[in-house]
Design a protein around this ligand. Structure first.
Ligand SMILES: [Zn+2]
Length: 82
């Protein structure tokens, strides 16, 4: 990697979403627990809870939501290709 000139790299493509901005988990009564549990997505320890009170990192939940939305859009398109 030495000698690689960063300033000559092409600019990074725009991300589809910025992690941490999709969900609003500012309501700590609903999305925070003192009990640390394993994230349902990545298994890492987290004090956060998703909307169903399952332990989950915010970014992991957002990734899952993004994936679900993409899959739903795909299924919708397949269902409309006739
Ligand atoms: Zn996680």
């Amino acid at each position: 990697m030495t000698g690689r000139r960063r300033h000559r790299d092409p600019p990074d493509p725009e991300p589809e979403y910025v992690p941490g901005t999709l969900l609003d988990w500012t309501n700590r009564d609903e999305h925070w627990s003192w009990e640390e549990r394993s994230c349902r997505y990545c298994g890492g320890p987290t004090n956060l809870r998703d909307s169903k009170r399952k332990p989950a990192h915010k970014v992991c939940a957002e990734e899952a939501l993004t994936r679900q939305a993409a899959e739903a859009a795909e299924a919708y398109q397949i269902g409309n290709t006739k």
